[in-house]
Design a binder for this molecule. Structure first.
Ligand code: HEC
Length: 170
């Protein structure tokens, strides 16, 4: 009788545990799915709205070459800094994802030279970005800002070796 009771209660317990477990798993899965959807949406906003000026990626050599061209008074081959460089730079200035995204959402809506984290050279190369974000919904801005944060692993140091830029950190 006691044995039976123990057996039954452990059975019940394992059912409860199992269902907790699957619940947790489902929550994780739906969280992952939501993140994937936001990233996908962010990428679409990039493709449709930002990619006419910002190319996706450039390597350090190419970045240097462009800087050299501008220093020699030539026009750069791009209209705006590439997204992997923008992402790395803003991660350098903003410690966490939240403040990074706040900055991006505001900057694309009300860009200005004073607010910008680009270096003087970049403004010389490209001019100030137009307020593209005015035509986007909050959701689209959130998505593209999340994508800009998550989609790249490049580090600031990969582009700008040396301490000069470190001094610009607030
Ligand atoms: C018409 C061209 C153009 C389009 C379209 C455009 N940008 Fe820009 N963007 C620029 C230029 C030029 C700069 C560099 C000068 C500056 O920072 O204002 C820039 C800079 C930026 C910066 C860097 C700000 C900083 O201070 O580091 C971010 C972030 C950015 N763009 C995000 C976006 C996003 C996201 C989109 C799409 C929703 C987008 N841009 C669409 C031209 C554009």
């Amino acid at each position: 009788m006691v044995k039976k009771f123990i057996f039954l209660s452990s059975l019940t317990l394992s059912f409860v545990l199992m269902s907790c477990n699957t619940q947790a798993k489902e929550d994780n899965v739906s969280k992952l799915k939501k993140e994937e959807v936001v990233l996908q949406k962010g990428y679409e906003v990039y493709k449709n709205v930002c990619s006419s000026c910002h190319i996706l990626k450039v390597d350090r050599e190419k970045m240097r070459e462009m800087r050299r061209m501008v220093m020699m008074g030539k026009k750069p081959p791009l209209k705006a800094p590439p997204m992997n460089e923008v992402s790395a730079r803003l991660k350098f200035f903003f410690e966490d994802e939240k403040s990074f995204k706040e900055f991006v959402k505001d900057y694309i809506t009300n860009p200005s030279r004073e607010k910008g984290k680009c270096m003087p050279m970049a403004f010389k190369m490209f001019g100030v970005m137009p307020p593209i974000g005015k035509g986007l919904t909050e959701e689209q801005k959130e998505a593209v800002a999340t994508w800009l944060y998550r989609a790249f692993n490049d580090k600031w140091e990969d582009f700008h070796k040396g301490g000069r830029c470190k001094m610009m950190k607030r």
